[in-house]
Design a protein around this ligand. Structure first.
Ligand SMILES: Nc1ncnc2c1ncn2[C@@H]1O[C@H](COP(=O)(O)OP(=O)(O)OP(=O)(O)O)[C@@H](O)[C@H]1O
Length: 668
């Protein structure tokens, strides 16, 4: 978070100045371990995003069939919640379309019946004509219904995705801060975003295709039974071999895809590093491109091999599938001929059976392929929905009581805080009183608890022990978000919003487009951002990112000024500055302190300043010295200097560094 308080603690560090705790480090290995591909990114293989890859490859047909109703119910619920009318239309038209397919088949058999009946050809054709018209009408209605299904799908799918995405971002952007710190939660969030949301968009269409092929299968089975009950025995003979071939082809594809995907993710790491603007300068100055390109080439070759393997195995499986399917068809037709020869079946029914069997074979192949996709993709959608449920339980406190718009006094009473998963307290029994119109400084070594204290004051974490009172009211009784909205926090590494300069300020008031111009100018003036913005080609409108056309690049110090401006623009009753000036030049830093801390701070504002440059805290009304989560000294600069404790030692150390080499120059 910050530069060390002391330049570098050496043996010459004066007595009394605490030293940071240090750990010794052994020699590194002479070479890094690699995986079977000889690649250092091997660990990424089983990373968060690949957990369900290839699940369909190892699931049994029973498992897939067993899960389908649940998946359909789940997606149905999503669709219902998103657009009931489109969902009803979709289901009704889908069923009607399947019914039309069956009617079409029956009508076609009717045509065949007339065509193969006894009598002169013109009479037979004339007799078949009405049925032929029925076939045309039925097929036209089916085409219209399919169009209707596509229209309903086109309306429903983007709505489902948008609703899921909005919900996902609403939840993830609001969960408590310590949740975001949790690496597992992060993995789950990225997995839900990259995979869950992606597949949620596809799954509606896939379920529709699955439903259409299954209904087609049921329809043709019904037609075959109507033609002759004995024919139903021929159906499995024909479709099961095709189905079995399709199952093994689908599994092989998913197996291969899992490996291909793992390799692709790894190769992406290298393409991203090679292309990214942030790494460009360092890559060139370190001539690190060669090492990265070598890894990229090696992984790309593995991907090419995997592609070839997948293509060859698909071709092989397709050949086997066709051979097995051909044998099944052969057996079916032999059985059909036997039935016709024995006159168990009229010729027209036999011809109809051939049509029905052809149609059911293609329905079966499609059903098997799509069922695998739905099974695997549903896992990701399931994962997304589970993650959203989890996030709902991790939202900040809502009590119905909001924080006061103006606060006179914030009291911390014996406050402790331990980060989740940590064994030691980051804050340990801290008490202090912050009053409106005063500026308070937190100083101390790295890791001593200064930022943690400011985060608790900002309502970003809840105390593990003790209470924080705002004008006598426990913050735990207030809505967390309302507390956060009354605090402006400026950090040393602020977010570089790639927006226009003005939006970079107004975002702290929850808008990117609406500004109060006088307030924006005053904030920019006080923070030193005025000169920065004035020097940009389109001043307030200049986009602060080189990633966009005509975007502008700012230096670290310039960004710091923008961030301070953002904090001031919020005009919150509490202003927390967590080392915001560390990257500013001395003049800019001086100006910020003049404006924010010394002269122009508002009488109704509580300002907390965290700084390692002790010269900047001299004028603060109160200085708290932190060490290992506790306050070890407090008072004004003069009181602390008089005390001769750690603050005095640290101050003397910094001052000595300047005095030893400073020429006699007047500070302007
Ligand atoms: N998000 C976190 N999760 C777990 N531990 C944390 C987290 N942030 C800080 N800590 C730990 O809490 C302790 C106090 O950290 P904190 O950031 O409050 O110190 P600081 O005084 O602000 O340090 P610095 O001067 O380096 O900014 C440290 O031991 C740190 O490792």
């Amino acid at each position: 978070m910050s530069a060390p308080l002391n330049s570098s603690p050496t043996d010459e560090t004066p007595a009394g100045v605490p030293r940071p705790r240090e750990k010794s480090l052994g020699l590194p290995p002479a070479s890094l371990e690699t995986d079977i591909d000889g690649d250092i990114t091997g660990d990424l293989k089983e990373a968060y995003w690949s957990v369900y890859d290839g699940a369909a490859a190892s699931a049994t047909v029973g498992q897939i069939l067993g899960r389908l109703p649940r998946i359909v119910r789940q997606v149905g619920r999503l669709a219902w919640a998103t657009d009931r009318w489109a969902t009803v239309r979709l289901v009704v038209m889908q069923l009607a379309s399947a019914a039309m397919l069956a009617f079409g088949l029956v009508a076609t058999v009717g045509v065949v019946q007339h065509v193969v009946a006894a009598g002169p050809t013109p009479d037979r054709i004339r007799a078949a004509a009405p049925q032929l018209v029925v076939v045309v009408v039925v097929l036209s209605i089916r085409a219209l219904l399919e169009y209707g299904v596509s229209v309903a799908q086109a309306r429903l799918t983007p709505k489902i995705r948008t609703a899921l995405e909005r919900e996902f971002l609403e939840l993830t952007a609001h969960v408590r801060l310590e949740v975001v710190d949790n690496a597992d939660w992060h993995d789950e969030a990225y997995r839900a975003r990259d995979r869950g949301l992606f597949y949620a968009r596809q799954i509606v269409g896939q379920i529709i295709t699955l439903a259409s092929s299954l209904l087609g299968l049921v329809g043709t089975a019904g037609v075959i039974t109507v033609l002759h009950p004995l024919l139903i025995a021929l159906l499995p003979l024909s479709v099961l071999p095709v189905g079995a071939a399709a199952v093994s082809a689908a599994r092989a594809r998913f197996h291969s895809f899992k490996r291909w995907n793992a390799l692709q993710r790894r190769v992406n790491v290298f393409s991203w590093l090679l292309l990214d603007r942030d790494s460009a300068a360092e890559l060139r100055s370190d001539t690190a491109q060669h090492a990265l390109l070598a890894e990229h080439h090696r992984l790309s070759e593995h991907i090419a091999d995997e592609d070839t393997r997948l293509g060859l195995s698909s071709a092989r499986l397709s050949l086997i599938g066709q051979a097995v399917g051909g044998i099944g068809t052969g057996i079916t037709y032999v059985a059909l001929c036997a039935m016709l020869i024995n006159e168990w079946l009229p010729l027209a029914a036999g011809a109809g059976a051939v049509l029905a069997i052809q149609s059911s074979r293609s329905s079966m192949t499609q059903a098997v392929q799509v069922a695998h996709l739905v099974y695997e993709h549903a896992m990701w959608v399931d994962d997304l929905l589970r993650f959203q449920d989890k996030c709902r339980k991790l939202l900040p406190r809502r009590t119905g009581l909001t924080a006061p718009a103006a606060v006179k006094e914030i009291q911390l009473r014996d406050v402790s805080y331990t980060y989740p998963g940590s064994e030691t307290s980051a804050l340990d029994g801290v008490s202090m009183t912050l009053r409106a119109g005063t500026t308070v400084a937190f100083v101390g070594l790295n890791g001593s608890g200064k930022s943690t204290a400011s985060r608790l004051i900002a309502g970003l974490h809840d105390p593990s022990k003790g209470v924080i009172l705002w004008d006598g009211v426990d913050v735990m009784d207030m809505d967390s978000e309302s507390v956060q909205s009354q605090v402006a926090t400026v950090l040393q590494d602020p977010v570089h919003f790639p927006f226009p300069a003005l939006a970079n300020l107004t975002v702290s008031r929850g808008t990117l487009t609406e500004a109060i111009p006088e307030r924006a100018l005053a904030a920019a003036r006080a923070s030193g951002a005025e000169a920065v913005i004035a020097s940009l080609p389109s001043t307030w409108r200049a986009v602060l990112s080189k990633r966009f056309r005509d975007g502008q690049e700012l230096s670290g110090g310039q960004w710091a000024k923008i961030a301070v401006g953002r904090g001031l623009y919020k005009e919150a009753p509490v202003l927390l500055l967590d080392e915001p000036t560390a990257s500013m030049d001395p003049k800019a830093e001086h100006a910020v302190y003049q404006a924010v801390l010394r002269g122009e701070h508002r009488a109704d504002r509580i300002t907390v300043l965290i700084s390692h440059r002790l010269a900047s805290v001299v004028d603060c009304h109160m200085i708290y010295v932190f060490d290992q989560g506790r306050i070890i000294e407090s008072g004004t600069h003069h009181e602390l200097m008089k005390l001769g404790g750690e603050y005095a030692s640290m101050f003397a150390l910094q001052a000595a560094g300047y005095l030893a080499s400073a020429p006699e120059t007047e500070v302007r």
